[in-house]
Design a protein around this ligand. Sequence first.
Ligand SMILES: [Zn+2]
Length: 211
Amino acid sequence: MSRKSFRVGKSKTGLGLFATRLIPKGEFIVQYRGRKLSNAVADALADRGNKYLYELNSRWTIDGANRKNVARYANHSCRPNAESDVLRGHKIIIRSIRKIQPDEEILYDYGKDYFKLILKPIGCKCQKCEEKRKAERAEKRLKAKRKRERAAKKAAKALETVAKRARSLKKKALKVKAATGKATATRPARTVSAAKTTGRTFAAEEQRKAA
Ligand SMILES: [Zn+2]
């Protein structure tokens, strides 16, 4: 299969390379082309924001910033389906590391240095990192929810304790009231019976008088 296997297309982060047919595992996809620079010159370009520098070895770097270098459109992924490799010390190629389906984006790992210097500060947009962040957000939400639930439970318990105390205080107060109530209730009863007695006495006196 020597026919070109990719096209440049719109990706999540700008442009990307997409498979135009099934690419079997281990197939050459595209060469990463550019002028060869000494690492000192490349470092100066990197300081000016060139993100397409591919270091070949301790002496040389390929500057792939030219738009004719279509390989520069292949995006980074921490879960890649392709890889880059240096052949004979100077030729950079991108090849598949697993079967790539038609229309699937061709992605390779840009390496630790690129990740640390360029991707990490802005947050890697690859699917793996997006999923990781999503999982972390879900975990955070779950933790917050558990914290809220614990707080609510604690508050309910505190409220229950207060209610219990209030009930027991009320009971005590009722007992006290009942006790004092009995004391005051007996007095008028005695008065009534005294009046009754007086009344009876009075009535008996009247009867006697009448007789
Ligand atoms: Zn990533």
